[in-house]
Design a binder for this molecule. Sequence first.
Ligand code: GAL
Length: 967
Amino acid sequence: MSSRPLLTLLVFLLAGAAGPLRSQAAPTTGREHLLMDFDWRFAYGHPFDPQRDFNNGLGYFSYLAKTGYGDGAAAANFDDRAWRQLDLPHDWAVEQPFSEKASFSHGFKAIGRPFPDASVGWYRKSFAVPATDLGRRISLEFDGVFRNSIVWVNGHYLGTEASGYNGFQYDISDYLNYDGKPNVIAVRVDATMEEGWFYEGAGIYRHVWLTKTAPVHVAPNGTFVTTQVAGSAATVTAQATLANGSTTAQLVEVTQTVLDAEGKTVATSPATQVRVAGAGQQDLGSRIAVAGAHLWSLETPYLYTLVTRVRQGGQVVDEYQTKFGIRTIRFDANEGFFLNGKHVKLTGTNNHQDHAGVGSAIPDALQEWRIRQLKSFGCNAYRTSHNPPTPELLDICDRLGMLVIDENRLMGITQNNLGELKRLMVRDRNHPSVISWSIGNEEWAIEGNILGARIGATMQAFAKTVDSTRAITVAISGGWGQGTSTVIDLMGYNYIGQGDTDAQHAKFPKQAGWGTEEGSTHATRGIYVRDEARHYAAAYDQKPNPKFYSIEGGWQHYAARPYLAGMFIWTGFDYRGEPTPFAWPSITSYFGMLDLCGFPKDNVWYLRSWWTNQTVLHLLPHWNWPGREGQPIDVWAYSNCDEVELFLNKKSLGRKPMPRNSHLQWQVPYAPGTLVAVGYRQGKRIATDEVRTTGPAAALGLLADKPAVQANREDIAVVTVQVTDQRKLLMPTANPEITFSLSGPGRIIGVGNGDPTSLEPDRYVDTVRVIPIENLRERAADSFTTGPELTPTFDDASWVTAFTTRQYDAAQLAPTAKMYVTRGSFELPRHALGGSRVTLFYQPIGREQSIYVNGRALTQGLKAEQSPAAGFVLDAALLKPGKNSIVFVATPLVKNRPWDVTNTLPGTIQVRTPAPAWKRKAFNGLAQVLVQSTQAAGEITLTAQAPGLKASVLKIKSVAAPARAAN
Ligand code: GAL
């Protein structure tokens, strides 16, 4: 039945009455939301060495003292030609090598306090704003930057955001050039400190946007939609906050319209007049009835759109879209969780944002692929442990039907702490997928004591003022019965090995509960024998110590107790860091049901058996055990059949009934051949699985998750690389090194294999080093010289520091000397001479100049305006490792006005070392390549090669697609 507008109920103005209005021309264009991910420049800065931090913050008046005084790399006119070019999202941590000195919890990537050279990153981007934008409000929005970011636009300091997880935005309208001059964003990111105890990445790892609106517009995250359902009718309560970016009061007319999933109008509120004070804000809202509502559910995640339309002088000046779902949620202290009145046991996983190859910079298409992987084994809920997630992740959960615990980072009650919680909630509260706000996780200093009770109670009460429609939870690892667990509405149990859920339920019978973390097993994909020396943990769902619970043990506890709403396994995917129970050189966790690439470990089939309605039968281990003939091998079957019978080389090894929420096991003396399991339901054979002894590795196979990508520079294909034997059977112990090449309109953005001990690179990108020209000393001269001062060995100790002692003429415009000889040097790393390209990006220091490198002329008589934008590529034969000499003989620059500052930095040296070919070892027969489209349509060809194996070639179509509106 289609939804039709039935009745538009009530429109109410929450505050403020319409008042006198001053006429002001309505802006001509409405809202634009432009992606700012493409064509950034990037370079490493430094946490404490100002020279290596591009001289930022050295000014007599700093950018904190005077607006517009961003200096060094923050200045609009800073020359960033030598910096690397890249697109966002970008995680520079994943590009670092590994080091034993680095952080255990962050996957031993060489970043953080001991690695100052790789812990600060600078990003710059220039963009155009047309003259017709003058009068609009323009804001720059960051979905998340890890971390401690400082942002400037055109040299104006906009703000500092400490959090690596919060989104933030700055209104930049008044700082922009509307006259055709470029606008420049500069962002300094300092990832020296960690926020979590898990891999967090570094840099601008989420999207950046430019939003342009009319002066009166819906404020950022300015709507809040809630729904009430009665039978098949629903009432949508739509609140909105209008912002007026003009200086005078404005009168506008607002309507709110609900669209169905096809974009058809369902109902519209009556228009209401709203007066918004100059530079002020105004709340308003409507209640809109929706008959025959399509409910949002896991099976049918139906999404409506609320359009808040602002009209001024008869023109639509803003249209703000809010996706929402109509659904009810309820947690019951005795019966668990209900969605639309229907009981749903939550079968969840915890996840960090981290994937092979790309780290935390996960493209949207990969986020979606990851959610689909989780859904494939019956996971219906996702905990964003332990931080506010990337917004697109929630969009995907809304669209695909995945419930979410949306988690705050740090517990606390200061304005700052509560402000962060509020920002998370206001940003995310329209997502139907979000069913609970988690105010924190395992705050060991407080959770079991009175501080935890106080802080938990304050945070919970505060959270309810922002959104009272979702349950507030907190994940607690100990001290159950005391502390935070005495005040929280929805008790989050972290590991039943740490307390007694039944006792807590008996003591607090009105408190709902769920397992926010449970099931703690270590496993390495494709490994069936524990290997202490090589840091491989076997499958077979082994719990780490007697106190803890396996996946099976954990699920049995939660499945058996109706008062527990469900459980969230620690974790869905492996992530970098926490390689417990091992340490260096293991770099990835072992907890995942899926490895870092998303390849399933065997536990996935246990969950699929009991979390889905699919018929499941899965045998483990593989059947390649040369040298172990006759020895007993543990064989397990995961299945939801009634009975399973096992056969080795056609001989039955017995038929066993399958206990609910469990598995079956046999000990089978090894003989090569075929192990077959047959599953029966009600006596009927309904499923089989088999593992076969394979031949040696013979070939490579490539398989993409989809046949075509969209040519929008964002979409990706997830490519599985398989090592097979002659018969195309996966060779489960093969680990050859595979080299990849790509041609056509695509690029490889990352490789992985799920091996927790692999120290191979995730990414192969050109190394770009930016090297300063230093030690500048000078003397005056009368004419262009060819003297010994041009040679590297010349002793310039008696010369003065360049530009410091120049005398000027009476008008203070031109130096009195006709010319200057300015000597400097730059240090080249050893590798710069083998295969690297060294470029001088010159910034003229004279009207006319000659430049000498190591005594040889690079250019002579070069006019300032002729300096090449692409720089001077320096011939390797001219250069040497270590100190290189550079000499400038120049007629000095003159000023237009005495207070002008002429350039004193002759530019920078860029050393660009091309990346080697992309490669990765297979791990137990598998590897992964992430291929991203460009903006060109065509055919992408990916080739995989390994010595002695038949190569594989994969074609992926890249289909013309409108790129997202971008600036
Ligand atoms: C929990 C913690 C998780 C993770 C896990 C590893 O205590 O909440 O973030 O560290 O332990 O076992």
